[in-house]
Design a protein around this ligand. Structure first.
Ligand code: PRP
Ligand code: URA
Length: 208
């Protein structure tokens, strides 16, 4: 079983508290979710492989370490677009793929409508990002789609998770590391996370 990491950092907890508020503006919501993604990225990249490279400082030759893996960020449209900017601040050379999924409001099952991935995605360390892990249907479907295209190294990052979604992801993709900003109480009868923050896509794009 891969690991499930819940972020403990006070900066992340504080910022999640702000985006939960219903009177937080679209502008602030967008900026803060990007900052949260950047902070979470720091934790989720802690075990990336490094390789030694010989360089010259103004004083002498020495060996430094460089990241040894090619990276890709895959947001699940559309709410996740808010997190991509923060992730790219941390690793600007990463490629970005997009998977378009929305939840059918009655069945709560994900419906795929778009997929465009970097050509060499299968060789990359892939970070799938989504602010909300509710039933887990969208995240699980996105990860299955990546695996079907040969991607082997996948990490999943979300800001708020429901226990139901965590269980589903762990069961359906036991090989994927999961990084979570915070775990909420439960899902309501409409599949929304409680207390949550509402519909993440609507809040990021102001489409409420
Ligand atoms: C939201 C969210 C996740 C999904 C989580 O997307 O961004 O992708 O719901 O729910 P799940 O774990 O039950 O699948 P939504 O379907 O609202 O689409 P949107 O981002 O286009 O608004
Ligand atoms: N998707 C959201 O955007 N919010 C939830 O609470 C659940 C799914």
């Amino acid at each position: 079983m891969a690991k499930t990491v819940i972020m403990e950092h006070p900066m992340i907890r504080h910022k999640i508290g702000i985006i939960r508020r219903k009177d937080t503006s679209t502008k602030d919501f967008r900026e803060i979710i990007s900052e949260i993604a950047m902070l979470m990225c720091y934790e989720a990249t802690r075990d990336l492989e490094m390789h030694p490279v010989e360089i010259e400082t103004p004083i002498c030759r020495t060996t430094v370490e460089e990241l040894g893996q090619k990276l890709a960020v895959i947001p699940i449209l559309r709410a996740e677009l808010g997190m991509v900017e923060g992730m790219l601040t941390m690793f600007p050379a990463a490629r970005v793929g997009h998977i378009g999924l929305y939840r059918n409001e009655e069945t709560l099952e994900p419906v795929e409508y778009y997929c465009k991935l970097p050509k060499d995605c299968a060789e990359r360390e892939v970070f799938v990002v989504d602010p909300m892990l509710a039933t887990g249907g969208s995240a699980s479907a996105a990860i299955a789609l990546l695996k079907a295209r040969g991607v082997k190294h996948i990490r999943f990052l979300c800001v708020i998770a429901a226990p139901e979604g965590i269980r589903r992801l762990q069961e359906e993709h036991p090989d994927v590391d999961i990084y979570i900003g915070t775990v909420d109480d439960h899902l309501n009868e409409n599949g929304y996370i409680v207390p949550g923050l509402g519909d993440a896509g609507d809040r990021i794009f102001g489409t409420i």
